[in-house]
Design a protein around this ligand. Structure first.
Ligand SMILES: Cc1cc2nc3c(=O)[nH]c(=O)nc-3n(C[C@H](O)[C@H](O)[C@H](O)COP(=O)(O)OP(=O)(O)OC[C@H]3O[C@@H](n4cnc5c(N)ncnc54)[C@H](O)[C@@H]3O)c2cc1C
Length: 353
């Protein structure tokens, strides 16, 4: 028998869709993806430490709550609790993996089924649709929610990899206000609109120090109005014709960047407490080429305002895979909820029970 709803992806969008679908008795099946260097089960938040902006998780004794809520069999996946304590008790913002394990648990509590496999192909020309996993048997589905997210692009330096979460980040809005970066000179790599947005965000934070924008050429790709915003900002200093040659630090935290001049190949160092890479994202839509409509950047194109419908009737998209603008956990969770409600209404309209 065909599944009523198959959800592809295990980030905030996928689990939120699963929670809503499961509570509507649609018995969702989630493909959570397998471990890869750039994409992992539980999604992008599994790459980060504390998440300070997800509503409902102020600083507190998160560890006790997580351990009480998440099945013991998955405690091995929980990272060590940060060593911030108040009155001898843990007191910190929820960590990415903890938050995602809680979302997964909430979906499991309502009998969501989960398969640890990747979807490599979809046949959307037949109904029910055919969903083809990398290892298991193909299955049939009346509806599909694509929640495969996106991955941040990085420069590709080994030193950058070594300092991820220790001064290297790909999201200023997510991480910029963390104590790790607070009041320190910081660098933003990239010259597009989103790089300017990241730099401006950092430059406007309370006690912001100098924010360096590292730009490969002698001009920015950003729109004129965005460029002016950066150039006029008293806290932003642009390093033109520059690329990051090496991320330097004391082994624990970033403290400098070595920049290379793209015109004369000379190098120089700047002191920074962090580097934010803003050179774009790649949506995880490789297996969907030619199957659903995408925009120029390869993100799935929603077809109607405030709906998660894709160009294929019965296929819905949620989270970063269809959103190249907000890219936050809360917005992904929001569209995950919308996708499940859209599925529920679609099935009811078709009389599929
Ligand atoms: C370092 C970092 C820090 C961040 N910090 C914050 C923060 O503090 N606050 C905040 O709001 N946002 C933060 N974000 C952004 C946030 O993580 C994303 O907006 C959010 O995770 C997107 O959720 P999603 O469900 O759309 O997709 P993702 O989280 O990207 O999850 C997609 C999932 O789909 C799976 N998948 C992909 N392809 C397939 C396939 N073919 N088959 C099966 N599964 C597949 C992947 O393995 C992954 O599990 C951060 C991002 C990064 C990279």
């Amino acid at each position: 028998m065909a599944e009523k709803i198959v959800i592809i992806g295990s980030g905030p969008a996928g689990w939120s869709a699963a929670i809503y679908a499961a509570r509507a008795n649609l018995s969702p099946l989630v493909y959570e993806g397998t471990v890869k260097p750039e994409m992992i089960p539980l999604g992008q938040l599994a790459f980060t430490t504390e998440v300070e902006n997800y509503p409902g998780f102020p600083f507190g004794n998160i560890r006790a709550f997580v351990e009480s809520a998440v099945d013991k069999g998955r405690h091995w996946n929980l990272p060590p609790a940060p060593d911030h304590k108040r009155d001898g008790v843990y007191h910190y913002a929820v960590q990415g993996v903890e938050l995602m394990e809680l979302m997964k648990q909430q979906a499991l509590n309502f009998d969501t089924r989960v398969i640890g496999d990747d979807i490599v192909d979809l046949d959307l020309n037949t109904t029910p649709f055919k969903v083809i996993p990398a290892n298991g048997e193909p299955i049939e589905a009346h509806t599909i929610v694509i929640a495969t997210g996106a991955r941040a692009n990085y420069i590709g330096l080994e030193s950058e990899e070594n300092y991820k979460n220790k001064g290297v980040s790909a999201c200023a809005v997510c991480d910029g206000a963390l104590p790790l970066y607070r009041g320190k000179p910081l660098a933003v790599v990239g010259g597009g609109d989103s790089a300017v947005e990241e730099a401006t965000y950092l430059a406007n934070l309370k006690n912001a120090a100098t924010i360096y924008m590292i730009i490969r050429r002698d001009e920015m790709r950003a729109s004129k109005i965005m460029q002016q915003r950066a150039l006029d900002h008293p806290n932003i200093e642009v390093k033109w014709n520059s690329v990051v040659d090496e991320v330097l630090g004391d082994g624990n935290l970033v403290n400098r960047l070595r920049l290379r001049n793209t015109v004369d190949d000379s190098t120089n160092e700047i002191e920074v407490g962090g580097m934010f890479v803003a050179i774009g994202h790649t949506p995880n839509t490789g297996f969907l080429k030619g199957k659903v409509q995408m925009n120029k950047k390869g993100y799935i194109q929603w077809q109607l305002p405030f709906r998660t419908n894709t160009s294929v009737d019965g296929v819905f998209a949620a989270g970063d895979v269809a959103d190249d603008y907000y890219r936050q956990a809360i917005t992904s969770a929001g569209t995950g909820c919308m996708a499940a409600l859209d599925v529920e209404r679609w099935l009811a309209e078709k009389g599929i029970e």
